[in-house]
Design a protein around this ligand. Structure first.
Ligand code: GLP
Length: 247
């Protein structure tokens, strides 16, 4: 794991966006895996700013979002799809047919997961995936458990994950769906390159477990220790629990 520790979240976001720009410029049809949550907001803002300065062209890129809440349609303001439209998709020149998303409103979740998995395989898997990390160590919606799943699946959200996503539902955790659809660990670990972002003190213990702990389903992000090319982008606060040796 290559650690990159920045003075501030904003410094990290600027550098991270520059790295994504380089990747898309050198490989215009790159398949990107994209997260939602608070963490990537500044990165999306920087990417939009780069696009406005004509410093990056998204016309051939392809995107797959990591997850979606179950029972929520794309048109619902609380959906991850709506978040992506607001913060990124509507602000850059990505065409609709190149945007791939799990549909949280389907009647049959299993069929939807199989469709998404097949679609990702047909595009050759993730070239570059941006990731956040849950305070409990989750990746996408692969929650800590006794066993993890490799493939796209339906999953139950933990109480703390629903609390962390309450911002999309008027800060009311009880309105956050109980379940979600998510890419599995396989798609994330098999990505050609991964960039994990974590900011703030609230992520410090999860970052420590991910980087220094054992590889365990109790901390899904720890499986990134097995990834061939992963960079961990931190600010001082999220790096604060790491031992001096790691830093
Ligand atoms: C969410 C998402 C993850 C995200 C994580 C952290 O529930 N499913 O993909 O990385 O939790 O969220 P935040 O960035 O808001 O802390």
């Amino acid at each position: 794991m290559h650690l990159r520790v920045f003075e501030s979240e904003q410094d990290a976001a600027v550098a991270c966006a520059a790295r994504v720009r380089e990747a898309v410029t050198s490989h215009p049809s790159l398949v990107l895996g994209l997260p939602t949550g608070r963490t990537p907001l500044n990165v999306y803002r920087e990417l939009v700013a780069l696009h406005e300065r004509k410093a990056v062209d998204w016309s051939r890129a392809r995107t797959f979002n990591l997850d979606e809440l179950l029972g929520v349609s794309a048109e619902d303001g609380g959906s991850f799809r709506a978040y992506m439209d607001r913060h990124f998709f509507r602000k850059v020149n990505l065409s609709e047919e190149r945007i791939h998303f799990l549909d949280g409103a389907v009647p049959d979740a299993e069929t939807e997961c199989a469709r998404y998995e097949a679609e990702l395989a047909a595009e050759g898997g993730l070239g570059l995936v941006l990731l956040g990390i849950g305070a409990n160590g989750h990746l996408a919606f692969n929650e800590p458990a006794e066993q993890l799943q490799a493939r796209c699946h339906r999953t139950r959200l933990s109480r703390e994950t629903r609390e962390a996503n309450a911002m999309l539902f008027g800060d009311d955790p009880s309105r956050v769906p109980l379940e979600a659809l998510t890419l599995g660990m396989g798609a994330l670990i098999q990505s050609r390159r991964a960039m994990l972002l974590a900011f703030g003190e609230g992520k410090a213990e999860a970052v420590k477990a991910m980087v220094e702990g054992p590889v365990t389903p109790r901390c899904p992000a720890s499986f990134l220790q097995l990834h061939r090319d992963v960079e961990v982008w931190l600010d001082r606060a999220s790096a604060s629990a790491l031992s001096a040796r790691t830093q």
